[in-house]
Design a protein around this ligand. Structure first.
Ligand SMILES: [Fe+2]
Length: 194
């Protein structure tokens, strides 16, 4: 039994196997992306833990599960042949993990898009999402959303640079870039700064 299972009774890999069984067209992309995000998030959480209380085990579990809702969306390049628009993987993942008895992990699914979506963002951009705040609130939620920004789901594509992440957020407004810069200052040691 792994430490994650022992501490929380959560086995992310079993859940990923349940929803993305061997042979599922989205499995490889999801597993690779989730592992990349989890590794970066855990590295950040481990550094933060020197000075700040943070649940590293939860960070790893929730990072592995944050995109579990993608199979229900219509994203053929990712091997997903569902009916929902891609952004719906947020609330769909939440629904799914709540049904699995994981309400805390479920919130990470809902709150990981970009640096977070406010109800106002959803309304103004007419996004296909329920009009409610989907903002990462806890430190753990923010670390995972931050780490996720560095990894696309295109196989073989390397980690984005800090400047590439900034550029990707710029079209959503200066306040999004500013929030990213706050997180970047908080989550990166001087040695890691770009
Ligand atoms: Fe992701």
């Amino acid at each position: 039994m792994t430490r994650a299972q022992h501490d929380h009774g959560v086995d992310p890999r079993a859940l990923l196997d349940k929803y993305y069984p061997s042979g599922d067209p989205a499995r490889q992309i999801l597993l690779e992306h989730s592992r990349q995000v989890a590794d970066k998030a855990v590295a950040i959480a481990t550094r933060l833990a020197r000075t700040t209380p943070i649940d590293i085990t939860f960070v790893e579990e929730a990072a592995l599960l944050h995109d579990i809702g993608i199979r229900f969306t219509n994203a053929r390049t990712l091997g997903c042949h569902g009916e929902l628009p891609y952004l719906a993987h947020t609330w769909k993942g939440r629904e799914l993990l709540e049904a699995e008895g994981l309400p805390r992990h479920a919130l990470v699914c809902e709150r990981h898009i970009g640096v977070g979506l406010a109800a106002e963002d959803i309304r103004r951009q007419a996004l296909p999402l329920p009009e409610r705040d989907m903002l990462p609130l806890t430190l753990e939620e923010r670390v995972i959303a931050y780490a996720d920004l560095f990894f696309s789901k295109t196989p073989g594509v390397l980690e984005r640079s800090v400047d590439e992440v900034r550029a990707s957020l710029k079209k959503f407004g200066a306040s999004k870039v500013a929030r990213f810069d706050d997180w970047h200052a908080q989550f990166c040691d001087v040695a890691d700064r770009a």
